[in-house]
Design a protein around this ligand. Structure first.
Ligand SMILES: *Cc1c(COP(=O)(O)O)cnc(C)c1O
Length: 442
């Protein structure tokens, strides 16, 4: 494998125009690649695990739309389902059979989901779930974890992961002070901090990504289904017990982990059932769909069954529902075994390639997810993640792009290997990584 200098003339031209028309030239911040010191690549097409850009370069893609494309780009079954749905009409604003089917498919898989409401984005699902939690408990405050990301909901932007972590934005301007003050933030995996916060504040909900992946993947202590987190008593079971004891709901944001780390998500792998679950990404199969779900008596508070208002013109949209159902149908036992194997092989290969080059890394992984932290030592919290060497990460990421491997261009994100990644592509990735680690070695 050798480093070819790829042409990026057309991407550069498009980006110059885009910067005049879109803030930062993009419609979502992490796409901009600022964190790794380069301009973004404009994509024309994807097939399986391969992306093609406007200059004709091809890449092995580990972003996969940041999670939705668990079956890869343009999977024939998904394309067929969406095409057939489009031909029957794109939206009705009236119930369809597919909405009943997708709700049943979610309830069948996710332990905490008895009743489901479909929405259009993970942000909307998280916002709606916390409204319901506040209504059900009669409390206003929320407990969230530093480095956790739950979409760009006003009250949840403080100390959030994902693009805010990458851009170093601790709290967004434009959020009312009262909204920010209603959010209590504690360090991930810190039992004492959780207990102290709950003693001081009556909270409506403990809101957590059970496998946080927006500060890079930082598994909960004592995880059974993910590696790279701290040892010790299981942190998720502790959260379950603390929520129950303090009259708070436990809300798991499984927008990334749902249907990815296992059929029933992280809650099933870890054997901890939340009161409410937030879902997104995979459930839309690459189209805009998300959901919140929970026990029947809680979900029956949502209008029109109950008085907690939430609505959406395109919610349960026929194309998104068709893509989501087609994607779920591909996710059988063999699929999860493959997602587990692929993540493990990449994690082990990357760890040993880094060691050979003398680069200190901490690699965490779960089925279909992994993060390489450029950090010497354990990563158990957002503070640990932030101690990573982001300059070296950026150089590594650019070196991988030069070798045709497209990684999330941010240290505080996870790689998303899919069912479409072939053994040959994995080998090529590890060969590129060996060279890239050598290039960035101290
Ligand atoms: C992506 C993400 C969201 C937000 O979903 P959008 O569809 O981007 O609004 C919420 N929570 C988690 C855990 C996510 O990873």
């Amino acid at each position: 494998m050798s480093c070819v200098t790829l042409s990026d003339r057309r991407s550069a031209e498009l980006f110059a125009r885009a910067e005049r028309l879109l803030p930062g030239g993009v419609n979502s911040p992490v796409r901009a690649m600022r964190a790794i010191g380069r301009d973004p690549i404009f994509v024309t097409a994807g097939a399986g695990a391969e992306l093609t850009d406007v200059d004709g370069n091809a890449y092995v893609d580990y972003v996969c739309s940041w999670g939705p494309l668990i079956a890869g780009h343009a999977h024939p079954r998904v394309v067929e389902a969406v095409t057939a749905a489009a031909a029957r009409g794109t939206s009705f604003g009236a119930p369809t059979a597919a909405e009943v089917e997708i709700a049943a498919a979610i309830a069948d898989r996710v332990p905490g989901a008895e009743m489901v409401r479909m929405v259009n984005s993970g942000t909307e699902a998280a916002m709606s779930a916390i409204r319901l939690a506040r209504a059900a408990t009669g409390r206003e405050k929320l407990l969230k974890f530093a480095g956790g990301y739950h979409g760009h909901v006003d009250g949840l932007l403080a100390d959030a992961g994902s693009g805010l972590a990458t851009a170093g934005i601790p709290a967004s301007p434009g959020v009312p002070a009262a909204q920010a003050a209603a959010t209590v933030i504690v360090p991930w995996n810190d039992r004492d901090a959780v207990a102290a916060a709950l003693a001081e504040h009556e909270v409506a909900a403990i809101l957590a990504e059970p496998y946080p992946a927006n500060m890079g993947l930082v598994p909960p202590a004592g995880a059974r289904g993910a590696t790279g987190g701290p040892d010790g008593e299981p942190f998720l079971a502790f959260l379950r017990e603390q929520a129950g004891r303090n009259g708070a709901l436990l809300v798991f944001d499984e927008v990334i982990s749902g249907f990815r780390v296992g059929r029933g998500g992280a809650q099933e792998r870890e054997g901890v059932t939340p009161d409410l679950t937030v879902l997104g990404k995979v459930i839309g199969g690459g189209l805009p769909a998300a959901a919140y779900a929970g026990r029947t008596e809680l979900m029956e508070r949502v209008a029109p069954a109950g008085d907690v208002y939430q609505a959406g013109t395109l919610s349960g949209n026929p194309l998104a529902t068709a893509a989501g159902l087609a994607t779920l149908e591909l996710l059988d036992g063999d699929a999860y075994a493959r997602l587990e194997l692929v993540a493990r092989q990449l994690a082990e290969g990357l760890r040993s390639a880094a060691a050979d080059a003398g680069v200190a890394v901490h690699v965490s992984h779960a089925p279909g997810l992994l993060t390489v932290f450029f950090h010497d030592g354990p990563v158990a919290s957002y503070a640990d993640a932030r101690a990573a060497d982001t300059d070296r990460f950026g150089a590594f990421c650019r070196a991988m792009l030069d070798r045709g491997v497209y990684l999330p261009a941010a240290q505080f994100e996870a790689w998303f290997p899919s069912l479409a990644h072939t053994d040959e592509q994995l080998d090529r990735t590890l060969a590129a990584a060996a060279e890239a680690f050598a290039e960035v070695a101290p």
